[in-house]
Design a protein. Structure first.
Length: 211
């Protein structure tokens, strides 16, 4: 790998936001293509972060730091990527379900998804079923990602899936769910397409659903 790209890769791994920004700018100035910087530095680094998390070598705070460093680099790259019409992995709308205001897990999942090449539209917290339906109609995503951090709000995942089915949109999207009280069994009960217990496995799941 080019030394400059390797440097950005390593700075993302350790979460050095300022160095990531400087490295991306320098790489662009030396005419390294934006998609090459994206794939070989940012996406590659976040993939490695995910592996290290799953192996127990990194923890959630460290993942967040790396993800924020990645996002800083991505913000610089985005105008160049759009100009070059770089193909994205897929499109995801994500939100915490109605009556639930927790967002740390959702934010981390959104960052990790962006880190592996997805276009992510974050609907925020306390997202009503009809807002998810509107999101599908507006953004035409490949995946709908929902989170719930309370047992009392888990049923709003089912209400959202019911609303998506009622709007005849269910066959247009894959639905993934997550959050502390959520389980694989619950995902099957409400006819979601998958469950992930953490941000790293959420990205792997999302990638498997758009192949």
């Amino acid at each position: 790998m080019n030394n400059m790209l390797q440097g950005v890769f390593e700075d993302v791994l350790v979460g050095n936001k300022d160095e990531v920004e400087n490295g991306v700018i320098l790489a662009l100035e030396t005419c390294i293509p934006a998609d090459e910087i994206l794939n070989k530095s940012l996406i590659a680094a976040m993939t490695e972060v995910g592996k290290r998390f799953e192996n127990g070598d990194l923890y959630i705070p460290e993942m967040l730091i790396s993800a924020r460093a990645m996002q800083a680099g991505l913000a610089i790259l985005k105008p160049h990527l759009l100009a070059g019409e770089v193909t994205v992995t897929g499109k995801v709308i994500i939100g915490t379900v109605k009556s639930d205001l927790h967002d740390i897990g959702k934010i981390l999942v959104a960052m990790m998804l962006e880190g592996v090449g997805f276009q992510v539209i974050d609907l925020g917290t306390n997202v009503a079923p009809e807002k998810f339906v509107e999101g599908i109609q507006t953004y035409n995503p490949d995946i709908v990602a929902m989170s719930a951090l309370l047992t009392t709000t888990m049923q709003n995942m089912k209400a959202t899936i019911d609303a998506i089915e009622k709007a005849n949109l269910r066959d247009r999207v894959k639905i993934i769910i997550g959050g502390a009280p959520v389980t694989d069994d619950f995902a099957m009960q409400i006819s979601a397409d998958g469950f992930a217990p953490d941000a790293s496995r959420a990205t792997s799941l999302a990638k498997s659903l758009v192949v």
